[in-house]
Design a protein around this ligand. Structure first.
Ligand SMILES: NC(=O)C1=CN([C@@H]2O[C@H](COP(=O)(O)OP(=O)(O)OC[C@H]3O[C@@H](n4cnc5c(N)ncnc54)[C@H](OP(=O)(O)O)[C@@H]3O)[C@@H](O)[C@H]2O)C=CC1
Ligand SMILES: CC(=O)N[C@@H](CCC(=O)OP(=O)(O)O)C(=O)O
Length: 342
């Protein structure tokens, strides 16, 4: 029997992408949709690409309207999920696409988000070591941030295999949808089109502690991450270029072998053939992750590059994949690795 799923934040980018995927999921029936400033509007006016749901009217986001569902997806701004989630019963699967429950260390949360820590939920990145076991049967899922998804998948095999020193340098480009749909001056077309620009430089981006958390767990020691995000003139996609010093004795062959082993059985992660490089256009609208790794012998560095769609594998696709595991559905149900090109 199909599960009934509500989506809170259905007027936003993450909520809209969750609905696009859930419409194609054979075991999900779409229940209540909620918004905030757009409550009372028809979804068709806000998300015209979701034609089958065009006549649905958005309700206010309250625990009362979200009650009575098997699954509730929360696509709300940071800090808004905990108050809703705590009023949803323990039998409801709550999948939080926001940041509230991703970090384990309350000090990290307080430093980067500036509010009290709400708690820590099982983390929705199944490909990490032990990732699936943490999600099986869980009733709470913290979906990772989009950059941490791309970076963790690019680098964890090198750390899990003991090939990389405990310092990583990451420069990642994101499409503008990563910043959400609410209007912001730096996202005006005239600011973004034809230009690339960095932000959050110098260790200030809130995804840094999440990357450190994931890579340190894979390495078994604390890994430092110097992360520089950049904004790219495209609606979707993240290209993460990551590097770390190679440990003594690493070769191109041992590196390749570690990545082949890590991703051999992964349905969504595609380690590209040698000589091919990830590109955001190849994963547009798909839950696929492209990864490539190289050894820069002269510099003694491991270079790992990944491409994801920030809204699909980076948010809503990762959320549906994790929901599938939590509910005991086949992990790939309702998700595609087929992109849209050109
Ligand atoms: N965009 C991305 O690539 C990613 C986003 N996320 C996370 O998903 C969540 C949503 O992001 P995104 O969709 O991009 O943002 P949007 O700005 O596009 O959407 C935000 C949604 O939250 C609703 N909302 C705004 N304020 C409140 C409030 N005070 N209470 C309840 N609902 C509110 C909005 O409703 P209304 O429009 O009706 O006002 C809208 O539906 C965030 O936590 C974000 O961090 C995670 C990974 C990647
Ligand atoms: C381009 C852009 O602005 N991207 C967002 C990342 C969005 C995301 O994944 O993150 P959260 O769920 O943690 O908000 C940013 O850098 O803040």
């Amino acid at each position: 029997m199909a599960v009934r799923a509500a989506v809170a934040g259905a007027s936003g980018y993450a909520g809209g992408e969750a609905l696009r995927l859930l419409l194609a999921h054979p075991e999900v029936e779409i229940g209540v949709l909620t918004g905030n400033s757009n409550a009372g509007q028809k979804l068709g006016a806000l998300q015209p690409h979701l034609l089958p749901l065009a006549d649905r009217v958005l309700a206010e986001t309250t625990p009362e309207v979200l009650a009575g569902h098997d699954v509730v997806f929360l696509a709300l701004p940071h800090g808004q999920s905990a108050a809703v989630a705590e009023q949803l019963g323990p039998d409801v699967l709550v999948v939080d696409m926001g940041a509230d429950f991703r970090l384990k260390d309350p000090a990290d949360w307080e430093k980067f988000y500036g509010s009290p820590h709400a708690g820590t939920w099982p983390y929705g990145l199944p490909e990490l070591p032990g990732g699936r076991a943490a999600l099986e049967g869980s009733k709470r899922i913290a979906v990772p941030g989009c950059y941490p998804t791309a970076v963790s998948l690019a680098l964890f095999p090198a750390y899990a295999a003991g090939l990389a020193e405990a310092e990583a340098v990451v420069v990642a480009a994101s499409g503008t949808s990563g910043a959400g749909k609410a209007p912001k001056p730096h996202l005006l077309g005239s600011e973004v089109m034809g230009s690339m620009s960095p932000y959050g430089v110098g260790g200030g981006h809130r995804h840094t502690p999440e990357m450190i958390q994931n890579l340190s767990a894979a390495a078994g020691e604390r890994v430092t991450v110097s992360f520089t995000p950049t904004l790219a003139p495209m609606p979707r996609g993240i290209l993460a270029t990551c590097s770390a010093s190679a440990k003594e004795g690493v070769t191109a062959e041992s590196l390749r072998a570690a990545y082949e082993k890590a991703f051999a059985d992964e349905p969504f992660v595609h380690l590209l053939p040698e000589g091919q490089w990830p590109a955001t256009a190849s994963v547009h609208g798909s839950n696929a992750v492209q990864v490539q790794v190289a050894y820069d012998e002269a510099a003694g560095r491991i270079i790992a590059i990944s491409a994801i769609d920030n809204l699909t594998k980076g948010t809503a696709g990762g959320a549906v994949q994790s929901m599938n595991i939590a509910l005991g559905f086949p992990e790939e149900l309702g998700l595609s690795t087929i992109g849209v090109a050109p």
